[in-house]
Ligand binder design. Sequence first.
Ligand code: NAD
Ligand code: UD2
Length: 309
Amino acid sequence: MSDAPVLITGGAGFIGSHLTDALLAKGYAVRILDDLSTGKRSNLPLDNPRVELIEGDVADAALVARAAVGCQAVAHLAAVASVQASVDDPVKTHQSNFIGTLNVCEAMRQAGIKRVVFASSAAVYGNNGEGEAITEDTPKAPLTPYASDKLAGEHYFDFYRRQHGFEPVVFRFFNIFGPRQDPSSPYSGVISIFAERAVNGLPIAVFGDGEQTRDFFYVEDLVDLVVQGIEMPTVAEGAVNVGLNATTSLNELLGALAEVVGDLPPVSYLPARSGDIKHSRASNQRLLERFEVPEPTPLKVGLARLLGR
Ligand code: NAD
Ligand code: UD2
């Protein structure tokens, strides 16, 4: 490990701030580039001299280029993570979600940085593979500007790999959960919404019969993998799913939540959201082949940490 910082774009957000903690614990210095649109200063230990925060936009090419100078690797997490925002204003989110990625590529090329971890998404598969374990070879079907931008970003990192010797580790995250996930939008991660409502005694709405399933992955387990991506001696080609190949239904999730908080507020079952996927499950074979996957944090333990219990 060199003393040079790791650049984390989006480092003040949910996943980025956990990555910051994990890298600091391993002795790294971190430089964070974040516009604080959803990220927060309070997510970061800014009194630590090994943390530097640059407040700014990844769509600003000159700023990204300056931020990359002297860094040893990049974790590119900055994005407007709300899919709904990309549906509502594709031009605006494209600036962060695609132009920002291209700016990171160019900044790395200029600074001579090879290693990058890129946060892509299961959204690139659209509805394909529903009900089965989705492998990385499942045909891609981006259904939203968010998914299209992520998939385009993947292709650009592959171009820079072939053309400029980049070493991109591309992860397709499934449903990540844990402390600091923002519950404030109706389209926030379901666990963050249910947990917040449960502690505040507010009614919980389930869209559909609650038998839909998701492959929930705990954020500290995820950042362990991101750190491995930064450190691994060689990088194999091709994106890697991050999931457990194990699913939980929303009804099971509510049961686990009830065990952590005691009584749940009233739960109502409303019509399913249009376009909602019934079952989503990641094949994790490639992940297991390439990474030392930590023992998964059980859902109930993750919920308890999220709720500070
Ligand atoms: P988040 O919103 O907490 O983090 C995103 C961070 O990027 C925030 O700190 C935000 O302020 C920053 N940001 C946004 N636009 C920016 C811009 N133009 N310039 C600089 N900073 C900007 O969300 P998260 O869940 O931590 O997501 C991190 C990454 O993981 C994102 O790329 C997201 O698309 C991806 N991802 C997350 C999940 C999940 O389940 N949470 C699933 C798939 C992919
Ligand atoms: C994830 C992404 C979404 C899109 C989709 C692509 C997140 C937060 N969402 O959606 O943007 O990329 O993958 O497949 O990463 N639900 C309720 N009540 C609530 C909130 C949600 O019942 O208050 C349901 C929701 O209808 C869905 C399930 O919970 O059936 C999970 O919802 P989610 O938004 O957390 O995640 P997902 O996988 O549907």
